[in-house]
Design a protein around this ligand. Structure first.
Ligand code: ADP
Length: 242
């Protein structure tokens, strides 16, 4: 029984690795194809200087996407291989949430989305790595803003629940269909791939944001979960041990 269980675990791990490699290659191929075809079309006939500038600009945009994707992949691979040195500092979660909200304040303003803070006033510190946890909250907040209609409100709340501290990010966006919800934390998973790629997210819309958030939270012994009502909005909750 032990041997079978071991084989099953190995099989699952290999399967995961295969999927990851296939997904990563697929994501890398798209910008490469664009660079290649833009170059080929440009070489077919002579162009004006302005046109050449446009062409080079398009190619550079795709190079930027490639750079961003490889950076994210490297970070994720290092992190999951346990090669990231995690700091162990006392963190005031309300302060952390304020920091993340400040960071994305301009983006929210541009999208005409209001950020409401509903934070604990007493300081209950958790132990962890500020930058890692901040990244998790920034990713959730970035998603919430991206998926909110203009004029909507995103609420960031922190509260104490028994032995755990909880941070929630609620939005009034389009929500996530129930059948897709269990997959949103998977690497490269996108609810609507076509739309994600177009929306010009700072993180590229690769379907990696929630995977990174989950890794950061779980590395702290915490838990991340999502609830959603299509048409009404979504709530993402991070629970961390005190
Ligand atoms: P991305 O970087 O492409 O946004 P994520 O891992 O952050 O990838 O999210 C995965 C998918 O979950 C996205 O395709 C997005 O459509 C969906 N999603 C994430 N957060 C929300 C939200 N607050 N409201 C609706 N859909 C969301």
């Amino acid at each position: 029984i032990v041997f079978n269980a071991l084989l099953a675990r190995l099989e699952a791990a290999f399967g995961e690795l295969r999927r990851f490699t296939a997904d990563a290659s697929h994501e890398l191929r798209t910008p490469l194809t664009v660079i290649r075809s833009v170059g080929e079309v440009a070489l077919r006939e002579p162009h004006s200087e302005t046109e050449y500038r446009d062409i080079i600009g398009t190619m550079l945009e795709e190079v930027d996407r490639l750079t961003l994707l490889t950076t994210l992949l490297l970070e994720l691979t290092r992190a999951e291989g346990g090669q990231t040195a995690m700091k162990c500092e006392a963190i005031d979660l309300s302060e952390l949430v304020r920091d993340a909200a400040g960071f994305l304040g301009v983006l929210a303003e541009e999208e005409r989305v209001r950020i409401d803070l509903d934070l604990l006033t007493t300081v209950v510190p958790v132990t962890g790595d500020w930058m890692m946890l901040r990244q998790a909250i920034v990713n959730l907040l970035d998603n919430a803003i991206k998926h909110s209609p203009p004029g909507a409100t995103v609420t960031l709340a922190s509260q104490a629940r028994g032995e755990q501290m909880e941070i929630s990010v609620s939005d009034q966006g389009e929500g996530i269909p129930a059948e897709q919800l269990p997959h949103v934390f998977d690497r490269f998973y996108r609810v609507d791939a076509a739309r994600s790629r177009q929306d010009g997210s700072v993180r590229g819309g690769f379907g990696l944001g929630l995977a990174i958030a989950r890794w950061a939270v779980e590395a702290h012994g915490g838990h991340i979960a999502a609830e959603s009502t299509p048409g009404k909005g979504s709530v993402f909750r991070i629970a961390l041990p005190r």
